[in-house]
Design a protein around this ligand. Structure first.
Ligand SMILES: [Fe+2]
Length: 346
């Protein structure tokens, strides 16, 4: 595995780049906006293709690099399903898997620091976000933080991992880079409590000042979505209401860009073709299945995904490939459901 831990000195944030092989797909966890050039340079130097950018939770101390990375690489942005961020391409829930080529991370909902905090588990390591820090735990006094929930997340979930599991947090302010579950159990001062009540009292007595960047970072991080208005302005979008009238029309092909797990969990629009977003490029070039479908049958390609972000990028790519009738469902399956659209099992 290729693994890099990167540091933003201003906010004390750790970001992580993961990939299974040189030349393969890469994932970045908790990228910081100011460091985006550095990440992209590294991804290039390691001969990787960035396909997913993940935030463990909505950060209050720095502006996320998710939006900039998506705009520059067309990668998929990922957060937990509770996030208040306006649009991310993909939302995960407890028990899901976050996958890229050759790697699968178990998704564990660990609320407490915020109500949208997640941890991501691999066989030998865990990315804990701000839930469990090295010799500390994430503050619980804003963004719907809850010390009781954090206690359950740490004691009920994270500390149940094997003692040798490496702990990679989203922050450190002392220069520590990695710990283990066993080490934190033994030496983390916040974890030496006898009961949940004791933990709640401890967390409620911290009286920490708000992060310097909080008033800027939180609103900015809630607006990471791709501007889908521009796609609509060009006439490449169909509303969820209008899309419902196109089901079963012989001149329209519905194309689902989501992953198999999303289709299983949330259902599909009947009679859709499944073309996962990462394989889009090869299907829209000359000789590719969607290119040939559009050219030989004059079918209109109607892309959709979870929230309209992957499909907006797909429309742009299809238009650039000369498929001028391509369009997408504005707001994705989320808007489709809100408009009363029917869903079939996969
Ligand atoms: Fe945080």
């Amino acid at each position: 595995m290729i693994f890099r831990q990167l540091f933003d000195q201003v906010s004390g944030t750790y970001s992580y780049v993961l990939a299974s092989r040189p030349g393969g797909e890469a994932l970045i966890i908790d990228p910081v906006l100011e460091k985006v050039d550095r990440y992209l340079q590294l991804v290039h130097e390691l001969d990787l293709k960035l396909v997913k950018a993940l935030d463990t939770h909505l950060h209050a101390d720095h502006i996320t690099g998710l939006g900039a990375l998506r705009d520059r690489t067309h990668c998929i942005t990922v957060m937990g399903e509770q996030t208040k961020a306006d649009v991310v391409s993909m939302r995960l829930g407890d028990g899901d898997k976050l996958t890229i080529e050759g790697l699968a991370l178990d998704v564990v909902y660990t609320p407490g620091h915020t109500d949208d905090s997640y941890s991501f588990v691999m066989p030998d390591r865990v990315f804990t976000g701000d839930t469990l820090l090295i010799r500390g735990t994430g503050r619980t006094d804003f963004q719907n933080g809850d010390p009781r929930a954090e206690y359950q997340s740490i004691f009920g979930r994270l500390l149940k991992l094997p003692d040798a599991t490496l702990v990679y947090p989203a922050h450190d302010y002392k220069g520590d880079t990695v710990s283990t579950i066993g080490e934190e159990k033994a030496f983390n001062p916040r974890l030496q409590v006898k009961s949940v009540e004791e933990y709640v009292d401890l967390m409620n007595s911290l009286k920490l000042p708000n992060p310097k960047m909080m008033d800027v970072a939180v609103p900015a991080n809630m607006k990471v979505g791709l501007a889908q208005e521009e796609i609509a302005r060009r006439g490449w979008a169909v509303t969820a209401q209008d899309a419902q009238r196109l089901v079963g029309q012989p001149d329209v092909a519905f194309i689902d860009l989501r992953e198999r797990s999303e289709r299983e969990r949330h259902g599909v629009i009947a009679c859709s073709l499944h073309v996962p977003y990462p394989s889009l490029q090869e299907t829209i070039r000359s000789g590719g299945i969607l290119y040939e479908l559009a050219k030989s049958t004059s079918k209109r390609l109607l892309f959709y995904c979870a929230f309209g972000e992957r499909s907006a990028m797909a429309v742009q790519a299809a238009q650039e490939a000369g498929l001028t009738a391509a369009c997408h469902i504005d707001g994705g399956l989320d808007a489709w459901k809100k408009a009363g659209g029917l869903l079939a099992d996969r």
